[in-house]
Design a protein around this ligand. Structure first.
Ligand code: TXA
Ligand code: MG
Length: 330
């Protein structure tokens, strides 16, 4: 059931039901974040392993304070970026109301303030945050339209149009400095650096001891994926992918970036002018489209590691690893 009335979504959520909602990144499968039953329902619908925690979505930064402990740089970055495609992992406060089921039993939570006007208005009408993973079956492609959600899940879906970014939010560990990127996403490393320009680096003693182990000094070329539940094989289309293709083999469809290679019977373009932001917005829709086309396998043209290229390549490597881990390097 696809609809566009946000009041209907609000009533369903208040009744502890689970609803697919648009965000600026991808569609989320949302339920009341403080309600254990709604949270369990999300896991069951997605067939998601219990150890893979959810992101909590809030109306604004102020609303998060009773649940998580802020560090100075994380607060600086969130204030500059929210509402927007940034998720921060922060320690829980002793008074946090987030159920253990939503955090996978960890003493931290992943939180964000989304900017899509529909989810913003819904969050403002609710008494607390919404827990929402991407609205796909576990391990499948993320949905960037209401129709993508409907292919995977039989749930009420609020249609807010195609997602502007088309890639999940960037997840940072907000507890440690220097910054550790847990999942590259719609906020690029360059954007993060710009937003933190002029921020005074805090002294190490501001942070809990023992956190240093997982710190990378320069997250750009050496991104460590540390999210629990973020397995290498993820984000998979139903057809095998071949990355960095410079020619087309028999039976292959083409995922093009820039002027396309010749010879493919199906070609879906990410960005003719080679723009990684445009390519990110088209990525999941393009993979959904190639999945439904006549090709047997998918050849992917090289995509640079600049801007959102880093997050796009992360998703493509995971999609590739789902079929042939040995041929993919990370
Ligand atoms: O853009 C997005 O982030 C979308 C929209 C719907 O907000 N959501 C999304 O959720 O991508 P999901 O569940 O597909 O991915 C959430 C990731 C998981 O990989 C999980 O491991 C990580 O967040 N995560 C959640 N809580 C965490 C925690 N306490 N520590 C580390 N990672 C955490
Ligand atoms: Mg997901």
């Amino acid at each position: 059931m696809i609809f566009t009335d946000i009041n209907r979504a609000i009533n369903l959520l208040l009744n502890k039901e689970v609803v697919a909602l648009p965000t600026e990144t991808v569609y989320g499968l949302a339920g009341l974040g403080y309600d254990e039953q709604a949270v369990q329902h999300i896991y069951a619908l997605k067939n998601r392993p219990q150890h893979n925690p959810l992101i909590l979505h809030y109306a604004c930064l102020e609303d998060t304070r009773t649940d998580v402990v802020w560090t100075p740089w994380a607060q600086h970055l969130a204030a500059a970026c929210w509402p927007g495609p940034l998720t921060l992992v922060l320690s829980l406060t002793p008074t946090s109301r987030i159920p253990l089921a939503a955090t996978g039993g960890l003493n931290s939570a992943a939180i964000r303030v989304p900017s899509h006007p529909m989810i913003q208005n819904i969050l403002r009408a609710l008494p607390g945050p919404l827990a929402a993973p991407s609205a796909n079956l576990s391990g499948q492609l993320s949905p960037t339209t209401a129709a993508h959600v409907a292919k995977d899940l039989d749930v009420p879906i609020l249609d807010g149009g195609p997602c502007v970014y088309g890639l999940e939010s960037t997840i940072l560990d907000g507890r440690t400095w220097p910054i550790n990127i847990l999942r590259p996403g719609a906020l690029s490393v360059e954007d993060i650096s710009t937003l933190l320009l002029g921020f005074q680096e805090p002294s190490v003693s501001d942070y809990a001891p023992g956190k240093g182990d997982a710190i990378t000094t320069n997250p750009a070329p050496d991104i460590k994926v540390l999210c629990p539940g973020q397995l290498l094989a993820h984000y998979a289309p139903k057809k095998p992918l071949r990355l960095n293709a410079t020619h087309i083999k028999d039976g292959e469809g083409l995922l093009a970036f820039g002027p396309p290679l010749l010879g493919a019977n199906v070609c879906v373009q990410l960005s003719l002018e080679g723009n990684t932001t445009q390519a990110a917005a088209n990525l999941f829709a393009a993979l959904h489209q190639l999945d439904q086309s006549a090709c047997q396998t998918i050849a992917v043209m090289p995509i640079p590691q600049t801007g959102l290229g880093c997050a796009i390549n992360d998703r493509l490597l995971r999609a590739c690893a789902a079929f042939a881990p040995a041929t993919c390097s990370v």
